[in-house]
Structure formats: C-alpha cells, structure tokens
Design a protein around this ligand. Structure first.
Ligand code: SAH
Length: 348
C-alpha cells in the first residue's frame, strides 16, 4: 500500500514485495535488490538504511531520499506474573496509542495486534469503542507491532491474532496487505494457518475475503444467536443480521474449506441461559465450526459480568445438545490483557 510521511517520503514498510520491486526497478536497479531490501526490513528489522551493508552507499542515499522507515515507541509494558503474557502500549508517530499483547501457547508465541486507533463498531461490552474511532492503522503500523514486540521481548513470534483494538474488516485493504507481507516468502514467511482474523460481522467483506483463499482462520464475534439480544450489545447486527452473517460464513467455509471459529462472550443474564444455548445449537447445527466461550471481561465503564463457572455451565448445555465448545483459557488476567483497557487509561 502506497503511503507517505509528512515529508512526502514513501513508507517503505507498507509496500508489498511486488510494490517494492516495481519501485526499485523504477530507480533503474536490478530486481534482486528489492529482495535484499525487503529482507533487511522484514526479517532483520533494520531501522535505518545505513544498516543495509550489502547495498551500495550510493543506492542507500537514494533510498533515504525516497523512502522512510517507520517505527513505534514503547510507552508502557505490563508483564504477567502468572504466565508469559506481555502487554505493550505503543505510541504512533502522530501521538496516538495502540496495544499489542504477546502470548505464549503450546506451539509458540502469538501476538494479538490492533488494526485501528479506537473502533466505530460500538459493541457495548468492549473498551476499545468507548472513546470512538480515530483512524485506521497503516500496514507498517500493524506489522511493526510484531517486529517491535519480537525485538523488545527477544521471543520469536510465530502467529498472530487480529483481535486487538479495532475492526480488521473495517480496515480491509491494509489488513489484506499486512497478511500478504507477513506471509511473504522473502519476508517473515509466517504461515497464515497461524493467523486469525476476528470480525464483528461486516458481511460484504467476508465474501471478499473468501475469494482471496488466504488460509487464515476467520473468527466471528457472534455473542448471541438471537437478533434482538445481539442487536442490544452489537449495533452491527442492525446492519447485517444473524441470518446474513451465517450465510456469509457458510459461503466462506464452502469456498475456503477453513473451519470458522465463533466467539461467544458470556454476559450474565443476557446470553447465558439454557434457552440461549438451544438457539445457538440450532443456528450452528451441522456447520463445521468451533465455538469459543469467553466469560466477558469486566470493563470499568460498564456493568457486564460473568465467571468461569457459568461458562462451564453453558458449555455443558451445548454438549448436551451435541455441540462442542471450549472455554477460552485466560491469559494475562492480572494485567488486564484484554480489549483496549490500557489505551483507555492512557488517553484520559
Ligand atoms: N473487532 C473485532 C476484533 C477485536 S475484539 C471483533 O469484533 O471481532 C476481539 C474479541 O474480543 C471479539 O470477539 C470481541 O467481541 C471480544 N471482546 C471485546 N470486549 C470484550 C470483553 N469485555 N469481554 C470479552 N470479550 C470481549
């Protein structure tokens, strides 16, 4: 994606490999130079052109004139005492803040990245939405959360979930370029099987994403199988209701063969009754998918609550109806690892 800084220089980290190659050829250089530069940027995480020692001094000067290498600034870090979860608060060049959370799973380190500054989706239980939406993140700002967290922690990151601040499918073009760059052979070469994109349900984008057949896992924030109660907590449901959303999910599965993951945050007294479980089972019966139950995280601005006990009770209701569901493992509970809470503290 072509983006510029305030001096009119091209943000080189936001360029896909094919875009960088075209720019380097435009400069009258051989194609293989693009590969060298891309590796410096996305594998060795060079922060200056002067580090690129296998590139001639003359070309480095021209690169410097034409391009800039963006960076993020760590403002705060919270490390969990109970597991290896680390939450980073980063400041962007324009003074905005975003969060990233590094987590340890059995198969390695995975990072939860933000895709926007704030969010306009308005989900009632989510802290990211309270101060509203400011702007989309650029491709480089999404990528740098991985590179910077990897550098600061000294831990190799093998997977990513787009479940931080923002709605990924509301920043569709940048998110798709981000996915192409992290999975690029000449770059980090991350397997998209280890990447999840989570959406509150922007239906037309689900159809578009299906056509790309990227191999990612699509996570749908469902949180209710009933239109009335879903609309009460998720305004997006008034635009694309549950039947439209499920039709898009069935299409996605038919085209990609990738099993969809449905996120269901349990809110006590709102969506956790036996009847809610019955409606969910009816909605998803016969659909190859995974249901992930999450006791809602308390946020100080709202009165929603739940606990693990009711999550297990809801899981049992589903099991009795022949549906499999897991209760999501809580990571970093002592550092409020979830959902935009640190940024909120910092902005106010
Ligand atoms: N906008 C995207 C991704 C960001 S949120 C989406 O809606 O999917 C990642 C997940 O956390 C979503 O399933 C979201 O609904 C859920 N979530 C947000 N706030 C939460 C809270 N307080 N407790 C539990 N889950 C929450």
């Amino acid at each position: 994606m072509l983006c510029f800084d305030q001096n009119g220089k091209i943000d080189i980290l936001s360029l896909r490999f094919d875009e960088l190659e075209a720019k380097i050829v435009e400069l009258g250089e051989k194609k293989f130079r693009a590969k060298q530069i891309f590796t410096w940027l996305h594998v060795r995480n060079a922060r200056n052109f002067s580090e690129m020692t296998d590139i001639s001094a003359q070309l480095r000067i021209r690169l410097e004139e034409m391009f800039c290498i963006k960076s993020l600034f760590e403002v705060k870090r919270l490390e969990s005492c109970t597991d290896n979860t680390v939450k980073y608060l980063y400041e962007l060049a324009d003074g905005n803040h975003i969060e990233s959370v590094l987590m340890e799973y059995e198969h390695g380190n995975t990072i939860c990245v933000s895709t926007q500054v704030g969010c306009k989706m308005g989900c009632r239980f989510c802290a990211s939405t309270i101060a509203g939406y400011k702007r989309d993140l650029t491709v480089s700002e999404i990528l740098l959360q991985i590179y910077e967290s990897q550098r600061l922690s000294g831990r190799k990151i093998g997977g990513a979930v787009l479940m931080g601040i923002g709605e990924p499918l509301d920043n569709y073009d940048n998110v798709v370029d981000f996915l192409r760059i992290i999975s690029c052979e000449q770059g980090m070469n991350m397997s998209l099987r280890h990447v999840s994109v989570s959406t509150c349900g922007i239906v037309p984008r689900i159809y578009e994403l299906a056509e790309l057949k990227l191999g990612i896992t699509l996570s749908i924030s469902l949180h209710s199988a009933n239109n009335k109660s879903r609309s009460e907590i998720m305004p997006i449901n008034d635009k694309y209701d549950i039947s439209e959303l499920i039709a898009a999910c069935r299409h996605y599965f038919a085209v990609t063969g990738r099993r969809i993951s449905f996120e269901y945050s349990l809110i006590s007294g709102h969506n956790d009754s036996e009847n809610d479980a019955k409606q969910l089972a009816r909605l998803l019966s016969g659909f190859t998918c995974h249901i992930n139950l999450i006791p809602v995280n308390k946020i100080k601005e709202r009165d929603f609550h739940s606990d693990r006990k009711s999550a297990y009770r809801f899981q049992k209701y589903l099991q009795d109806l022949g549906m499999n569901a897991t209760v999501r493992r809580t990571l970093g509970a002592d550092i409020d690892a979830a959902c935009g809470q640190l940024r909120r503290e910092y902005e106010i």
